[in-house]
Design a protein. Sequence first.
Length: 209
Amino acid sequence: MGNVFVIDHPLIQHKLTFIRDKNTGTKEFRELVDEVAALMAYEITRDMPLQEIEIETPVCKAKAKILSGKKIGIVPILRAGIGMVDGVLNLIPAAKVGHIGLYRDPKTLKPVEYYVKLPNDVEERDFILVDPMLATGGSAVEAITSLKKRGAKSIKFMCLIAAPEGVEAIKEAHPDIDIYIAGLDEKLNEKGYIIPGLGDAGDRLFGTK
């Protein structure tokens, strides 16, 4: 069964406050999202397997630990998810990056997949799916389905802020998925915006309206 982790590290909470603030400009917003993604990646990789090797320090031979070679894939949900990729890559530079593009059908209001590009060795990778916001959960559920359909066996979902409705949607559709959140917010409003939220993450990252 998947778990929900709210990462309440003081540095993450401090930076998240400025991400929420409407007076934070595009450049600073982008930098803060990057920094919080890196801090979250530190927590999300806590259980990565290690192996022991022998090295030589300037003083003597010693046994030391390195990552055991498990391959990581980072997959942003387009477009806002792109803003979190570099922060994770800073910690795991050997990771490969895939992309999943979704749009909301204006009639059904359901997410429709329009672009998927993943590393070739999907089944061998641990995937971190990233999107700044988890609102209704529709896009995240569809993106997880898309990864599983292509053979992904290990997926973690990471977002900055989430509404309870979105968390429940993932838990219901994909009960095996671990969810990592920096802030669990109060609710969705009648337009589907997270309250108190941070507005539209894509617009704030890329300076669009």
